[in-house]
Write a protein that binds this ligand. Structure first.
Ligand code: NAG
Ligand code: NAG
Ligand code: NAG
Ligand code: NAG
Ligand code: NAG
Ligand code: NAG
Ligand code: NAG
Ligand code: NAG
Ligand code: NAG
Length: 663
């Protein structure tokens, strides 16, 4: 049976992260824990960058027919369940795709200045799922250039020259420290990486492959070759015509160049393609070129990238205007995930024949930055969770949610603007909860198989999934997309009867709820009673008390009745021995008293926003700085000091040297 964890992951390294090491890493970017924030009124005006936008939409009207009470008959043994997915190996099903140009915002300025909230957010996933896959790349990887040094000790910058030009794609400049950022993160939390080889032309720049392999070793899972090649012609990245045959040929030329390069030891089982946006080509068009047969030994994972919609009109004036309010209902249905996955079903089957994992390498609510009011709403959390389960059911091995930085609406997590790090913490987007819940639902037994039970229920607004571990029923996931405005629009809470014919139900089940007031809510989202906090309040650790609900079952009538709020999501644990049931905050936690205070500016990077899907690259215009003042960062040196980076509960303490931070 197919391994569904990509390639040759070095899981021996896992022990490094789990046992704890004395790490000399300086961490920054967070308001000191326990520091009282300034009283409101003295705080400067809040930013209106997309990632912190407060737009709340109106929940869709009640669907005309929602069956509130229904019964789901479950099979205890996997052998009796048709269409069960492949087993999902240990790795959080959702990982992250971080746009190369915003790495410094998310991971840290350089290898000695890592972002602590990021480490905590990963730690929470690691404890649930074993390890986390992160891709550094996106549109901006294509023009990336390695340089010896950048000013102020930075690992990443955008090429200054192109900032003044309006139509050129800015080149991302990076130093060798980019790889040390990744390596240092992997020494603290269990992250494995994907990088991308620039593919903007065929004068191959292979530094990413050379240094990536040398510095990351087996922590480097794969190297992407070509990002959305089906859009190269449309975006003017290749002269027309550019066909699947051309991509197939160039992929081969790249392999030859890598094999001829003495600094690239691994050329087998490491390349990633074809990463179609599924915009101008269908996957079958690439398979028809013999792509998989040709490069079977070199390929590590087969990939696609896709977004269900785009907000390019609002961002760039291209395509047709998409009204967020009008589009909101299209996310609040099981059909959304089913439609996203359908074009790939024959490809996931083909991937199994070739024994290759199949990944959704980049996705999110909408390309060109997502939609205000949708992308960071509780509704999006339900959408992403359903979509994730649907991909898992459909034999995708993993999916990466894209992070585009402060100028997009859809980030799973976002650092405060650099000019506000002195008094603001991070912001967690609603879809981070989806990542966490799915990681918990699939767990780390390496055996989780998923089945979509919605067909038997018959409503697109109340999907359900079963999870089997070690071939036994382990969990049931129940969704309710309906928003009854806290009962004011009629009772829409569900009463779902779970029954296990033949074997009977246990005496009780444990239930964890993902909860918020409304599908439009951005605030007070909780998982099993705990929250990461609202906008600018997040240090990456859960707050509040864990609330796992014990629901007694009626064994005489073979029924466990599970209420699910409107809107809401319930994860029902049949295997209550599972440690994960009582897991709230991960035991490994990073804290620091370091924080930065300096002025900087955010610049909208069209390449970050404009991923595929109906967007014409020709019409892109740089939007320049969003700040009212200078476009130059003004730094102020902080005094140094000794910090404690502690691992709570694990008894491990990491010593941290604090070095002045200036960007
Ligand atoms: C949120 O974004 C929308 C669309 O870009 C904009 O019209 C609105 O002013 C923004 N609101 C805030 C509070 O930033
Ligand atoms: C299994 O999947 C196939 C193909 O999607 C579908 O036609 C069939 O109805 C499914 N069977 C069940 C029992 O759900
Ligand atoms: C590809 O990107 C590199 C680095 O940014 C640049 O020097 C080169 O001119 C680009 N090639 C094309 C064909 O645009
Ligand atoms: C990171 O940046 C700081 C401050 O600019 C600098 O002192 C330090 O040397 C840099 N670290 C690396 C590894 O470049
Ligand atoms: C972090 O990176 C620096 C290089 O900048 C290296 O000297 C240091 O050993 C690394 N620390 C860890 C814990 O890997
Ligand atoms: C997933 O793969 C399994 C095993 O090959 C197969 O039985 C099942 O039908 C596939 N599911 C879908 C939705 O294609
Ligand atoms: C799952 O697989 C990983 C990687 O092979 C391994 O480290 C881990 O021990 C496995 N877990 C179980 C429960 O077998
Ligand atoms: C979030 O919850 C807190 C505490 O229960 C409450 O005071 C606050 O009004 C809620 N915020 C929103 C936006 O609902
Ligand atoms: C920080 O920068 C943003 C965007 O440039 C701006 O809107 C905001 O007002 C600034 N905040 C402060 C405290 O200067």
């Amino acid at each position: 049976m197919r391994l569904s964890s990509p390639c040759s992951l070095a899981l021996s390294l896992l022990s490094l992260a789990q046992t704890g090491v004395n790490a000399a890493v300086t961490v920054y970017g967070q308001t000191p824990l326990g520091v009282t924030r300034s009283a409101s009124g003295t705080e400067p005006t809040q930013t209106t960058l997309a990632a912190y936008n407060d737009t709340e939409l109106i929940p869709p009207p009640l669907p005309t027919s929602v069956v509130r009470e229904f019964k789901v008959d479950l099979q205890r043994d996997a052998a009796s369940v048709p269409n069960l997915s492949i087993p999902h190996k240990t790795a959080s099903f959702f990982g992250f795709s971080i746009e190369m140009s915003v790495i410094n915002q998310v991971l840290g300025k350089n290898s000695s200045h890592l972002q602590v909230p990021f480490l905590n957010l990963i730690s929470n996933l690691q404890e649930r799922a074993g390890h986390v896959l992160i891709r550094l790349g996106g549109n901006t990887q294509e023009y990336a250039v390695m340089v010896d040094q950048l000013e102020n000790g930075r690992a990443i910058a955008k090429e200054k020259a192109s900032l003044t030009q309006t139509t050129l794609t800015p080149a991302v400049l990076y130093t060798v420290d980019l790889f040390y950022i990744a390596a240092n993160i992997s020494s603290l939390v269990n992250v494995n990486w994907f990088l991308g080889i620039p593919f903007n032309d065929t004068n191959w720049r292979l530094a990413i492959a050379e240094y990536g392999q040398a510095i990351l070793g087996d922590r480097l899972v794969g190297l992407q070759a070509g990002n959305e090649p089906d859009l190269y012609e449309r975006h003017g990245h290749r002269p027309a015509p550019y066909t699947p045959q051309d991509y197939n040929r160039e992929f081969g030329e790249l392999i030859q160049a890598m094999q001829a390069n003495g600094n690239i030891p691994r050329t087998n089982d490491i390349l990633i393609g074809p990463s179609l946006a599924t915009g101008d080509w269908e996957p079958q068009m690439v398979w028809d070129t013999g792509f998989i047969d040709n490069y079977r030994d070199n390929l590590c994972v087969l990939t696609v990238e896709h977004y269900p919609n785009n907000n390019c009109h609002a961002q760039f004036g291209t395509g047709s205007f998409q009204d967020p309010q009008t589009n909101f209902p299209s996310y609040l249905t099981h059909n959304a995930g089913v439609q996203l996955v359908n074009p790939y079903l024959s490809s996931t089957a083909l991937a199994q024949q070739y024994d290759k994992p199949f990944m959704m390498f980049e996705t999110n609510t909408a390309s060109c930055g997502g939609f205000p009011g949708i992308s960071d709403s509780f509704g999006a959390a339900l959408w992403a969770l359903d979509y994730g389960f649907q991909m898992a059911y459909s034999n995708f091995s993993n999916a990466l949610l894209h992070i585009g930085g402060q100028n997009v609406f859809y980030n799973p997590f976002t650092a405060p603007p650099t000019n506000e790090t002195g008094f603001h913490e991070w912001t967690v987007g609603a879809i981070y909860y989806s990542v966490l819940v799915l990681a918990e639902a699939l767990g780390k037994s390496n055996t989780s198989q998923v089945v979509d039970l919605t067909g038997a229920i018959g409503s697109e607004f109340t999907p359900a999934y079963g999870v089997y571990e070690n071939s036994q029923l382990s969990k049931v996931a129940l969704f309710n997309y309906v928003d009854d405005l806290e009962g004011t629009r009629g009772p829409s809470d569900l009463q779902v009867t779970l029954s296990v014919p033949g074997s009977g139900v246990p005496g009780s089940v444990k239930v964890k709820y993902l909860d918020a007031k409304s599908v439009s809510s951005k605030y007070n989202i909780t998982w099993a009673g705990q929250t990461f906090g609202n906008k600018f309040e997040v240090d990456g650790r859960f707050k509040g008390d864990l609330n796992v609900v014990d629901i007694p079952c009626d064994t005489a009538n073979n029924a466990c009745i599970i209420p699910v709020k409107a809107p809401g999501f319930a994860l029902v644990f049949f295997n209550t021995d599972d440690d994960i049931t009582e897991l709230g905050q991960a035991t490994s936690t990073f804290t620091t008293s370091a924080h930065t205070k300096f002025l900087n500016t955010a610049t909208i990077d069209p390449e970050v926003l404009a991923t595929s899907n109906g967007h014409s690259g020709k019409d892109r215009a740089r939007m320049g700085s969003t700040s009212k003042g200078s476009t130059n960062g003004v730094g102020r040196r902080m005094s140094g000091g000794k910090l404690g980076l502690s691992v709570l509960g694990g008894g491990v303490v990491m010593g941290v040297i604090f070095v002045a931070t200036m960007m």
